[in-house]
Design a protein around this ligand. Structure first.
Ligand SMILES: [Zn+2]
Ligand SMILES: [Zn+2]
Length: 369
């Protein structure tokens, strides 16, 4: 199939549609596009598959939740595991119309499947990302069913050879003078079905579970950092390996700090008298305070480095610096007294005190000479 469409769009229901609405919409479309009613029509067949795939996901609360959260692109390969519809487009139709739905015979079979990868979006405060933190996260996921240990078969029963295909996984039917071989819909080509599904998991071999995981976030992570927790994804089906969990980090903006590599940057406004006379100020760091000496005559844009007050290096090589970039604020409201004093000061100003101003006007003057 080419470009995938949104499953809700495929079924023509909105995102809040009830399970009944979804089932109703699916039935109607499945009837309309069923290959038996549209023999030889490729586009109807594709549409039928598309409808089946959408229903497969939206009719299952776990899969629907995952789809709502991740969409098709989400956990990528992991989500593909949910689809699995490619083989035998008859199966879902049979499930519903022949009442096999509860048994989910379509999912039963012998082949092991790797569990889906999960993605967890974790938002961290700036400091947490900077210095590292331990976070507890709640992971909804599918675990191997404890009752049947993931086989999907009721205790004491075994998967049996599929009657639909006698275990071959293929069925043949005639279309005009052609005999077409097709994947068996009852067993989805697996050749075996579970006749007595486990009641706990309805034959799925998996149950919905929630787990609390403690994730150690190393210092220095950034927005977009992906932490892989091997084997913390969904359980495999029928003994397949467990998927992985990816924790994807978003770091909140800090009100005064920004980050460049291991260095922290902070824009520090100072008064023009402080800039002119020099001063000592206390500035915040990510861990306590630091004293910053601003020499007389400091200009806007001057940077002062406080060694070792930046962020710990993500690879463990020491720490970066805190870089304070100052800018000089010119007062906007003057009292009468302040104005008087400044006017007095203005009369005392001379070129030596403002080399930039003086230099500029000298250049201007030269232009007209
Ligand atoms: Zn079970
Ligand atoms: Zn079969």
């Amino acid at each position: 199939m080419s470009e995938k469409r949104d499953y809700y769009e495929v079924l023509g229901v909105d995102r809040e549609a009830s399970p009944e609405d979804i089932k109703k919409a699916y039935r109607k479309l499945a009837h309309q596009y069923h290959p038996d009613k549209n023999p030889g029509d490729r586009s109807a067949e594709d549409r039928f598959k598309e409808i089946g795939e959408a229903y497969e996901v939206l009719s299952n609360p776990d899969k629907r939740q995952a789809y709502n959260r991740f969409g098709l692109a989400g956990p990528g390969r992991g989500f593909e595991g949910f689809g699995g519809f490619e083989s035998g487009f008859g199966s879902i139709f049979d499930d519903i119309f022949e009442g096999f739905f509860a048994g989910r015979s379509g999912r039963s079979g012998q082949s092991a499947q790797r569990g889906a990868d999960l993605r967890y979006n974790l938002e961290l405060r700036f400091e947490e990302a900077a210095i590292g933190v331990e976070k507890e996260i709640l992971i909804p996921r599918l675990d191997a069913c404890p009752t049947c240990r993931g086989t999907g078969a009721r205790a004491g029963s075994q998967p049996v050879v599929c009657r639909g295909c006698r275990g071959t996984g293929q069925v043949r039917y005639s279309q005009g003078f052609l005999t077409v071989s097709q994947t068996c819909g009852q067993c989805r080509g697996e050749g075996r079905v579970i006749e007595h599904p486990c009641q706990t998991c309805r034959g799925l071999g998996q149950v919905k579970a929630e787990r609390t995981l403690t994730v150690k976030i190393p210092p220095g992570v950034e927005t977009g950092t992906r932490l892989k927790l091997a084997n913390e994804g969904e359980a495999g089906v029928r003994g397949g390996p467990t998927g992985d969990l990816y924790v994807v980090i978003t770091v909140q903006e800090h009100p005064i700090f920004s980050r460049q590599g291991d260095d922290l940057y902070c824009e520090v406004p100072i008064r023009f008298t402080q800039a002119a006379l020099g001063t000592q100020i206390e500035i915040p760091t990510i861990s306590g305070k630091a004293v910053l000496k601003i020499p007389p005559g400091s200009q806007t844009g001057a940077e002062f480095r406080v060694k070792g007050k930046g962020l710990p290096n993500i690879r463990g090589y020491g720490r970066g610096d805190l870089v304070a970039r100052i800018f000089v604020e010119v007062p906007t409201h003057l009292t009468a007294k302040q104005r008087e004093l400044l006017e007095q000061y203005g009369r005392l100003e001379n070129g030596a005190g403002s080399p930039l101003v003086q230099g500029f006007w000298e250049k201007v003057k030269a232009l007209f000479d």
